[in-house]
Design a protein around this ligand. Structure first.
Ligand SMILES: Nc1nc2c(ncn2[C@@H]2O[C@H](COP(=O)(O)OP(=O)(O)OP(=O)(O)O)[C@@H](O)[C@H]2O)c(=O)[nH]1
Length: 334
């Protein structure tokens, strides 16, 4: 296939951007597929599209949500999302799950999850991009978020499986980060990595219903006490501990109230704008790091010596510093 003339490409991108701004869901899905594509040429196309849509992005509340498998995230998102779309909001659900390898096999790929929400015209659910590094998956999710905003979605939910480093990546792309916990015993909090608890802007104890209601109340009090011992990330906001039942819907509206209260507080102090600005800056640096590393590894002279020098370092025959200096020198054409 011959490469289309630049003008033709530009017109195509402009048309796609217009369709997205008009809220065309198929165009939105197509744009996200383009963002996720690794085919040659698609990176430039998707960059141009994002550039065009950037002024239309940003008008949403970006909510991150995490919790161990089985805590009830998808049941909660279904319930929470339905309440919001019924109130007239447009809700997009995205996911960061670097472990998902197979298309459709990712955490949101299962059709039984969020069944009613996924059929609602006010909702858009997109599984995690498949495969790749956490950095790559996070980048594509961030970009998908911008496109959803340009398409008029005013609530973006970014879900992550509660394992490993993806929580940090998600907390770095949202306005508010929710940690969902089970009504377990007091030592449950110890099982969650401390770093993750510190990222939380609110803790939600789910399954506060039936036989578990009393346990949930106890757990909430314990989490409240435990959180009080942590230094608050923001002096104006002390992370609250809420209880809800994603199954019955009790307490779910209060989660939305908390999201709005958090937004008011953060906007009033300027912390929201500062957080977004810092996130954009950090995103740029991570792009620079990734891009440089890719070029470095692909550089013919570096590639020619990388393995042998690494082996030398591992064997203790040369120092890491000397090896790195030599490789960087090769990269710079010295
Ligand atoms: N009693 C009760 N059960 C719930 C509640 N929310 C979810 N569950 C149940 O808990 C189980 C797990 O719920 P999911 O929503 O699939 O949990 P998840 O966190 O999305 O789990 P993964 O898909 O593994 O990430 C299901 O059997 C739900 O029916 C709740 O509020 N109360």
């Amino acid at each position: 296939m011959t490469k289309a003339a630049p003008e033709k490409e530009k017109a195509k991108t402009a048309a796609l951007a217009d369709q997205i701004r008009a809220g065309d869901r198929r165009a939105l899905a197509r744009a996200i597929t383009l963002i996720e594509s690794t085919k040659p040429g698609h990176a430039e196309e998707s960059e141009a599209l994002l550039e065009a849509l950037l002024p239309d992005s940003g008008n949403s509340v970006r909510i991150g949500i995490t919790g161990v498998p089985g805590v009830g995230k998808s049941t909660f998102i279904e319930c929470f999302g339905l309440q919001l779309v019924e109130a007239g909001h447009k809700v997009a659900v995205l996911a960061v799950d670097p472990s998902s390898k197979v298309s459709g096999g990712s955490i949101l790929g299962d059709k039984t999850r969020m069944e009613e929400l996924s059929r609602h015209p006010g909702a858009f659910i997109r599984p995690s991009p498949t495969g790749g590094t956490l950095g790559g998956v996070a980048r594509r999710t961030r970009e998908a978020m911008l496109v959803c905003e340009a398409a008029g979605f005013d609530v973006i939910l970014v879900e992550t499986v509660g394992v490993g480093q993806s929580e940090t990546a998600v907390s770095e792309m949202v306005d508010i980060f929710l940690l969902m916990l089970l009504p377990g015993g007091g030592d449950e909090l110890q099982g969650i990595k401390k770093g993750i608890v510190e990222l939380a802007d609110a803790v939600i104890v789910n399954k506060a219903d039936g036989d578990l209601a009393a346990a949930a109340e106890r757990a909430a009090a314990e989490y409240h006490a435990a959180l009080g011992l942590l230094r608050a990330a923001n002096p104006d906001w002390r992370p609250p501990v809420l209880r809800c039942s994603a199954l019955t819907g009790a307490g779910v509206a209060e989660v939305w109230e908390t999201v709005q209260a958090h937004r008011r507080v953060m906007e009033a102090s300027g912390a929201r704008a500062a957080r977004r600005a810092a996130q954009a800056g950090a995103w740029m640096w991570s792009e620079i790091r990734d891009g440089l590393l890719r070029r470095f590894k692909a550089h013919p002279r570096v590639a020619g010596e990388l393995d042998s020098l690494e082996a030398e370092v591992r064997a203790g025959r040369t120092t890491p510093t000397a090896a790195a200096r030599r490789l960087i020198g090769l990269f710079q054409g010295e």
